[in-house]
Design a protein around this ligand. Structure first.
Ligand SMILES: [Zn+2]
Ligand SMILES: [Zn+2]
Length: 298
């Protein structure tokens, strides 16, 4: 099969692109989101896990800035790695994150869950049957807190279209319409509530596409699988979504139409988001989930 733009050998059959045109297709997707004037002169923090998605995002972003395709300074872009303490897994993710940031001359911040709280995901796993969802809570909390306390305007994450579809189905099935209403490509910053806005530049990019991007551009990333992901409901559901949404265009169409419906979803009363009595960060209960998980596992 040949590239539909230049006739060279196509490496991505779904869209019929050669290496070069696949890379520029991917970079354009990232550019489209980040060209929003909302991000001009803002301090951006890329949440880096060491995996393929966030690594592809940071690589693409750095390249777009360097080629002056998006108008902001790399001085205002930093990365954050959360050391969660998962033995046999965290080490290689941190190594890949360091390698990538060194090669792009981007400052990598590291926040260590157990240094500050005396709890690691390994220790949480011994007491919890929901280690993946608790790990998610810990990670999101630490990313937001670091970003807020360090004065970043937005956090950029590597969530892709397959993550978003899982999120949509999961929340629809469980009736979490509030979560769904707040999700999307860009969520705003709310300094009053100590919530830093989130941006997902890979919103319309698939998991497979980020893997191809990393491989053809030699982006360093960790291939290690999380030891706790074996019984992960997310992986199971993700494997079933393509049975129904069996092409990229159907996936995009589903999300676009769901987003149009969002305005009809009920949003919790504004005042139901309060400050955690322990840490002061937002919660809908007296004590936030992060503080409760730490308490339970100390
Ligand atoms: Zn081509
Ligand atoms: Zn708290």
């Amino acid at each position: 099969m040949r590239c539909r733009l230049c006739g060279k050998k196509a490496i991505y059959k779904e869209l019929r692109f050669c290496e070069e045109h696949f890379t520029s297709y991917f970079d354009k997707k990232v550019k489209k989101v980040l060209s929003n004037p909302l991000f001009k002169d803002k301090k951006l923090l890329v949440a880096l896990s060491g995996g393929k998605d966030s690594s592809a995002l940071l690589f693409s972003l750095a390249k777009l800035v360097e080629n002056e395709e998006i108008d902001f300074s790399l001085k205002k872009v930093e990365a954050l790695y959360i050391e969660l303490g998962i033995s046999g897994y965290s080490e290689s993710n941190l190594k890949a994150s360091k390698e990538l940031c060194n090669s792009l001359s981007i400052n990598l911040n590291v926040v260590n869950l157990s240094d500050e709280n005396g709890v690691s995901v390994d220790s949480v796993s011994k007491k919890s049957r929901k280690v993946c969802s608790e790990c998610g809570v810990l990670k999101r909390y630490l990313i937001n807190r670091f970003a807020f306390e360090s004065g970043f305007d937005f956090v950029l994450t590597g969530h892709n279209i397959d993550d978003e579809l899982f999120f949509a189905f999961h929340n629809l099935i469980n009736g979490n319409l509030n979560y769904l209403a707040r999700s999307g490509k860009i969520t705003p910053t709310d300094n009053e509530k100590k919530l830093v806005g989130r941006v997902k530049p890979l919103y319309y990019v698939s998991e497979k596409e980020t893997a191809i991007y990393c491989l053809i551009n030699n982006v360093p990333f960790s291939r290690e699988k999380c030891p706790y992901s074996k019984n992960n409901a997310q992986i199971e559901m993700k494997s079933k979504i393509p049975l129904l949404l069996d092409s990229k265009s159907k996936k995009i169409s589903f999300l676009k139409h769901l987003n149009k419906l969002k305005k009809y979803f009920p949003l919790e009363e504004e005042n139901s988001v309060e400050k955690c009595e322990r840490c002061g960060f937002p919660t809908t209960t007296k004590i936030c989930k992060f503080c409760r998980i730490i308490e339970k596992n100390k």
